[in-house]
Design a protein around this ligand. Structure first.
Ligand code: NAG
Ligand code: NAG
Ligand code: NAG
Ligand code: NAG
Ligand code: NAG
Ligand code: NAG
Ligand code: NAG
Ligand code: NAG
Length: 420
């Protein structure tokens, strides 16, 4: 209940406010804004925004332009101040991009910055048709592999085309080596720089379709974060005095000392697989168990001093050394040994039979011959009972002839008898 107590403070505050307001109103003059804000495409995915200077700027003003970007209503926090009347920015084609600029007098509280001048670049095509999940890997500093998926509203036969450009390339290039695998699109393009370079320009990538309906999309990739070395080749193992020596070939695309290696080895009897990091292209494991089999594989990693990539190469094929034969060999042995034994037994039996024939020729058994002779005769007489006696006589004569032949077949016996 004391209105008088509050009013002096309030009046004082108001007075201060008024004085400050009047002061700035009197001294600060709002600058005129820049004019003719425009943009032009200077490369795929790169825009040059240009504007004209404001009129009637006093010579005391150290004029500067402040500019910023808003993408899809989200400020990008890419505020920049400059004296030049243009700004080069990346392009974001899949969402509306707004660019704004104003004039300011540096080190001068006497003038207020101008209002913002804006222009926007609306997206083209149907929402949801732009390529999504674009990812690229730079293989062995040799070629870039980029993959993406079609947008959910794009038709399945959309023919996306990839273009790329980087500072140093006169004109953008079109990627021509496409693949589609399980709905994932891919394209491979060569990307090499002189070996002495250790800084690489950003790679601009544009994916679009000739159709107006497909929304184009731009991306900027920093190649040093995408480096993936090739799998180490020519992994060789040797063993000297219980020491295993592992060696592999040096990469010929990477500068010296820009890779390190991981060697994983596995002793057949143990479950652990130690990983050893080396900077060389060779290493040794001393005092190994001479009765164990050792399996090795190697992979390469980019060194953080050279590249900010965390991508490993694939593991090399496994190589082994040591006494222990592997299980497939045992399986082969288990099948092969009985087979060999069986086959050799058969061969041996056949051979023995032949040998027996050679050594002990079968002695003609006279009883057998007689039996055969008379047996045949009996059969003949039985079966040919109806034959006339003449035929039977003929046959008898013939058989007598055979008999005499058999007798004459033993001349040695006769000779020896004569000699005797
Ligand atoms: C952007 O356009 C301005 C004005 O035309 C020009 O002076 C400037 O060189 C251009 N910038 C680039 C990077 O082309
Ligand atoms: C700039 O100044 C001239 C004369 O000094 C005046 O005629 C003109 O209207 C002014 N322009 C603006 C935009 O204030
Ligand atoms: C402008 O503001 C700075 C601090 O923000 C002050 O140091 C300087 O004296 C002011 N200059 C004028 C002309 O008011
Ligand atoms: C796909 O199209 C539908 C209907 O036109 C739309 O509602 C949806 O947002 C689109 N999808 C995307 C990812 O933009
Ligand atoms: C994509 O290309 C194939 C073969 O070149 C063609 O048959 C198909 O119609 C194209 N798709 C679109 C959407 O144009
Ligand atoms: C295209 O890519 C394949 C691997 O997917 C590669 O073997 C082939 O050499 C490439 N072709 C050209 C012309 O680069
Ligand atoms: C890429 O480079 C390899 C050899 O380095 C070459 O054989 C191939 O033709 C090149 N591909 C393209 C598309 O230029
Ligand atoms: C390779 O390793 C050996 C022994 O660890 C070392 O003496 C040699 O200097 C290394 N070589 C390189 C190129 O690092």
């Amino acid at each position: 209940m004391d209105p008088g107590g509050a009013s002096p403070r309030c009046r004082l505050l108001l007075a201060v406010c008024w004085v400050v307001a009047a002061g700035t109103a009197a001294e600060a003059e709002v600058l005129p804004p820049p004019s003719n804000l425009e943009y032009s495409f200077i490369q795929i995915c790169t825009l040059n925004w240009t504007w004209s200077p404001p009129e009637n700027i006093s010579s005391s003003c150290d004029l500067e332009y402040s500019s910023d970007i808003v993408i899809g209503e989200v400020p990008q926090d890419k505020r920049e101040w400059s004296k030049s009347r243009f700004r080069v920015t990346d392009m974001f084609l899949n969402e509306e991009m707004r660019f704004k600029v104003r004039s300011e007098c540096k080190h001068n509280n006497a003038s207020k910055p101008s209002r913002w001048v804006e222009t926007s670049l609306p997206p083209k095509g149907i929402p949801g048709t732009a390529a999504v999940d674009l990812s690229c890997v730079w293989h062995n500093l040799e070629y870039m592999v980029c993959t993406w998926r079609p947008g959910e509203n794009a038709s399945s036969d959309t023919n996306y085309t990839l273009f790329y450009w980087f500072d140093g390339l006169k004109k953008h290039k079109k990627c021509s080596n496409y693949s589609v695998h399980q709905g994932i699109f891919g394209c491979i393009f060569n990307l090499t720089f002189p070996k002495v370079t250790n800084t690489y320009p950003a790679i601009s990538i544009l994916i679009r379709d000739d159709s107006e309906e497909i929304r184009p999309v731009c991306a900027s990739k920093n190649p040093t974060t995408l480096v993936k070395p090739a799998t180490p080749r020519q992994v060789t193992l040797s063993k000297i005095n219980d020491e295993i020596h592992v060696e592999w070939s040096q990469s010929d695309t990477f500068p010296k000392n820009c890779l390190f290696y991981e060697v994983e080895y596995h002793n057949g009897d143990l479950d652990t697989a130690p990983i050893i990091k080396v900077e060389n292209t060779s290493m040794s494991i001393p005092s190994v168990d001479p009765n164990s089999k050792y399996t090795f594989k190697v992979r390469a990693n980019p060194k953080p001093e050279c590249y900010s990539s965390k991508l490993y190469s694939d593991w090399s094929e496994e190589k082994s050394i040591g006494e222990k034969t592997d299980s497939t060999f045992y399986v082969v042995l288990i099948i092969a040994i009985p087979l060999i034994v069986a086959v050799s037994t058969i061969i041996l039996l056949v051979y023995l039979k032949r040998l027996k024939i050679l050594i002990l020729p079968p002695i003609p058994d006279p009883r057998e011959i007689l039996k055969r002779m008379f047996g045949e005769q009996n059969e003949d007489s039985q079966s040919c009972a109806k034959d006339d006696s003449l035929n039977a006589y003929d046959r008898l004569i013939k058989e007598e002839e055979i008999h005499s032949l058999i007798l004459t077949e033993t001349p040695e016996y006769a000779n020896s008898e004569k000699e005797n």
